[in-house]
Design a protein around this ligand. Structure first.
Ligand code: BES
Ligand code: MN
Ligand code: MN
Length: 455
């Protein structure tokens, strides 16, 4: 649309500056030290919603970090899109591996470097700017409700209740989310599924106190050694997970589905080279795309215990710890899987140690339909701005609230993501291409237009 292009071109620089300002706020949800910054970020998002043209916008407090909700209703008879995103970010550490400050955004080679540049400030802000474009040119094709939360990176634990308490206010026809990735800007794609998550923490206790590793070493079990052994035993020689019942509900794809999935352009050599690994790893019998898109996993996210300071200290530690995540696929539930993990981990603990298992947040897997009006609107929007048909893919990441949109609000979701797998989300030097940012702002209004036309 002419009016959209014109408005975007005229306001291009400001759109970018505003995002950079938002990236300067360290809205790290996991670390209570940033609590006020998280709140400040919520306020900033609210102000942006009002300035963009929302009729109303408010910061809704929760027992955790606040949720920002705004809306622009042009005509109650028109369809309504509920946009979801998150303004919170992952911690920036290890900070010393960043080439510029994580909260001092810089643009290098056409890329915005900052924590949250892609996940998800850059992507959620595209929706606020897209709303502005439509509102200021009086071309809103449908109603828009927009909910931006501050706890996605810590499991969205208060958002479920917010959905239950606000079923009427959140009434819509579809949920639209930009918090996933595309294959590349040359090969646009739409993720049609996300994995679920079960996140565990284990504590293994050996002797009742730290011991001299010479005086006692060899005669008392070292809980770190034992923990490593227990963890190693959770994969077999084919890299299958050994927890009994773990795969009981996992369904294999049909041959047709497998073929379609593996049809997506993917170069294993480039993949390995880009990651700096000589060989890839994974469950026997599955390709890399199947492994990340359709198979469950078990991974240690952190492991600690004993002495990790400078130099050497001889110690046989009393305790060892690990944080372990399992990515889940359709029909597995986070509750069942964390229960299975707990009983299995307890059952394989030898008598030399005691174990304590705690379940952290979880989330359920989702598959989003690729034959719906909403998906077709997304497809058409991408065709319009990329000049190519998007390929449906399966994402490996998790967004826990998506399953609850369906369960609590009865709403399906379209994952219209513009990130790239190498955007370093959750890693040092997170980036988002300026091109992708503008492309998103350009594409999103077409989604609304096509969705409204079909609806
Ligand atoms: N945006 C990501 C999820 C994602 C990334 C999906 C890339 C698909 C492609 C989201 O912010 C995220 O990081 N989710 C967490 C889960 C949460 C419970 C901490 C994840 O996947 O680890
Ligand atoms: Mn995200
Ligand atoms: Mn994330």
């Amino acid at each position: 649309m002419q009016a959209w292009t014109e408005y975007q071109t005229l306001n291009k620089d400001r759109f970018l500056d505003e995002l950079l300002d938002l990236l300067r706020i360290p809205s790290v949800s996991a670390d209570s030290k940033y609590k006020d910054d998280v709140k400040r970020c919520a306020e900033a998002v609210k102000e942006h919603l009002l300035k963009a043209g929302c009729d109303t916008a408010e910061v809704c407090p929760t027992p955790g970090h606040p949720i920002v909700f705004g809306q622009k209703i042009v005509d109650p008879k028109l369809p309504t899109v509920l946009v979801y995103g998150h303004y919170d970010v992952q911690p920036a550490d290890p900070v010393n591996l960043w080439t510029s400050g994580p909260f001092e955004p810089v643009i290098k080679d056409g890329k915005i470097f900052a924590r949250g540049a892609c996940d998800d400030k850059g992507q959620m802000f595209m929706h606020i700017k897209a709303l502005e474009v439509m509102a200021k040119t009086n071309t809103m094709p449908c109603n828009i409700k927009i909910m931006i939360e501050g706890e996605e990176e810590v499991g969205s634990s208060n958002l479920g209740k917010f959905l239950e308490d606000n079923v009427d206010r959140l009434k819509a026809d579809i949920v639209l989310v930009s918090d996933t990735s595309m294959i590349s800007m040359e090969t646009p794609s739409i993720e049609s599924g996300l994995r679920g998550l079960a996140y565990m923490e284990v504590e293994v206790t050996g002797p009742n106190r730290d011991l001299h590793s010479g005086v006692y070493g060899g005669a008392v079990a070292n809980p770190i050694n034992i923990l490593c052994k227990m963890i190693a035993s959770m994969h077999d020689e084919n890299n299958h997970i050994t927890i009994p019942g773990f795969y009981d509900k996992v369904q294999d794809l049909t041959e047709g589905e497998r073929k379609a999935l593996n049809n997506a352009p993917f170069n294993l050599d480039e993949y390995k080279k880009e990651l700096g690994v000589k060989d890839n790893w994974g469950e026997k019998g599955y390709t890399t795309l199947e492994r990340t898109g359709t198979r469950p996993t078990l991974d240690v996210n952190g492991i600690w215990g004993g002495y990790t300071g400078e130099g050497a200290k001889t110690v046989l530690p009393s305790k060892a710890y690990a944080k372990i995540s399992m990515r889940l696929v359709p029909h597995q539930t986070s509750k069942e899987i964390s229960d299975m993990f707990t009983s299995y981990f307890e059952s394989i603990a030898p008598d030399y140690v005691q174990v304590k298992v705690t379940a952290h947040h979880g989330g359920e897997p989702v598959v989003t339909p690729t034959n719906s009006h909403a998906y077709k609107a997304a497809e058409k929007a991408i065709q319009t701005t990329f000049g190519k048909d998007p390929i449906p893919t399966r994402g490996g990441g998790s967004i826990p609230i998506i399953a609850l949109f369906e369960r609590t609000l009865g709403l399906k979701t379209v994952l219209l993501g513009f990130g790239l797998d190498n955007d370093n989300i959750h890693s040092p030097n997170e980036k988002y291409d300026v091109f992708n940012y503008y492309k998103g702002i350009e594409t999103i209004p077409y989604f609304h237009k096509f969705f409204a036309e079909q609806g």
